[in-house]
Design a protein around this ligand. Sequence first.
Ligand code: 5GP
Length: 212
Amino acid sequence: MSELEIHRRGLMLVLSSPSGAGKTTLSRLLLESDSQITMSISATTRRPRPGEVDGKDYRFLSTEDFGLLRNQDAFLEHAKVFDNYYGTPRAPVDEALAAGRDVLFDIDWQGTQQLEEGASADLVKVFILPPSGRELERRLNTRAQDPPDVVASRMAKASDEISHYAEYDYIIVNVDVEQALSELKAILIAERLRRERRLGLRTFVQQLQQAL
Ligand code: 5GP
C-alpha cells in the first residue's frame, strides 16, 4: 500500500457567515479547484434569484413540499432563516461520506449546531467574516439581486449571525478572495491529514514496520 492509498473518512466542511461576506464565491472557487469535495445542495422555500438554477444552487420547494420532507425526516438539519425555510437533504450527504468524499455545506449557525449534535467528529466548522460593516453593505448592494428592504434586513441580521463566530473552529476574514481561498484550502489540507480520519493508517504503518 502506498502513502496515497491510505483510506480516509470523508469530512463535513461547514461554511457560515453573514450574507454578503463572500461565502458563495469562496464555495464555488473551492469546488472548482478540488475534485474530492462536493457541495450539499440545500432545499429552500425562498424564491430563486435571477440566474439561480433549481437543483444546482438550491432545490426550490413550496412550503408544503418542504414540510412533507421535514416530516419524513429527510433533512439532516433544517432552519428558518430570514422568512424562509432551509434544509440539508440527508441522502446525498450520507452517500458522499460513505464513498469517502468530503461535503461542503453553506448553512447558518442554527444548522451548524444541529450537525454538531449528530456528527461532531466529522465536522470542520469555518466562519467567514467581512473586513468591515461598510464593506458588507457595499457587497450586499452591488450584488443587486435583492430589493433594498431585503438588503436592510440582511444587514440587521448580520450582527446576529456574527455573534456565533466563537462556535466555529476557524475564522477567515475575507479581505481578498484569493487570500481567503488559500486559507480555506490550507484548513482542508490539514483537516484531511488528521490521524483519526485516516482509516488505513494502522495497516500502512504495520506494513512499513514489517519492511524495516
Ligand atoms: P441565501 O438565501 O442568501 O442563499 O441564504 C441565506 C442563509 O441561509 C445563508 O446564511 C445560508 O448559509 C443559509 N442556508 C442556506 N442553506 C441552508 C440550509 O440548508 N440549512 C441552514 N440551516 N441554513 C442554510
